[in-house]
Ligand binder design. Sequence first.
Ligand code: GLN
Length: 284
Amino acid sequence: MKLLRFKEKFTDILKQGYPLQEVNSFFNLLTEEILGMSRLHVALDPEKEISESEQQKLEDALQRLQEHEPIQYILGETEFFGLTFKVDKNVLIPRPETEELVEWILSDVKNLQQKEIRILDIGTGSGCIAISLGKNLPSAKVTAIDISEGALEMAKRNADFNNVNVEFIQQDILEAEALDSNYDIIVSNPPYVRELEKKEMQANVLNNEPAGALYVKDEDPLAFYRKITELATKNIKKGGSLYFEINQYLGEETKALLTNNYFTASLKKDIFGNDRMLKGEIKK
Ligand code: GLN
């Protein structure tokens, strides 16, 4: 089959479920990944014949896109903070808001002037926060916790792939009595989406991304924040800081957890103008 013919079919089918610009971007990403052809390459070679096995791979991807599977899972990777991260359904796809959290931490740490800082990432998922911090702070010692074995496997692959040394621990943070050590920085992007917010979410997220990384009980949406704040109160070093990604509708409530627990706290908005990040500095 000619590549151009396949493109017509691909576009006809997907334009019913996605904006055309997105369909084009999917096509470019897939031809790059499956055929090793850049967009320019494709444009310059309209008569290009694709092999049966290439066509099969493209058809599989088309099918998965029709079912609204995220393109990052289909490609098996995504970009975060200038690094490549492998992803599959065991891990949440790293979000741009979370890059802003990493940015915030790095800009604070640069002022810290301290060499061997210890960092803990709770609920690491793909490892995106822990690994990008480790990459940018080569003298830091980074530890990352997750409850999910599948997520930890992926995070380890990502740490190796990006050549960053991270210590991984499998643990249910809600059951922890104390952390394994004292830290300068504790960071977490825990689950924070309530039932009532599911209606704002797109089908690709709802039907594909790991529920354990996203959703919390409506009765106690701040359970992770409360537990992590308690643990941090015990296990954060003097002058240390706690950073959270938060539910945009619960900014003040989440902040209050910190200010009631020996922290001074500040909220920060993301590029979309939503309360998305919270920093606590320990007063002791
Ligand atoms: N921001 C993510 C979303 O809306 C949620 C991330 C999280 O629950 N920690 O899909």
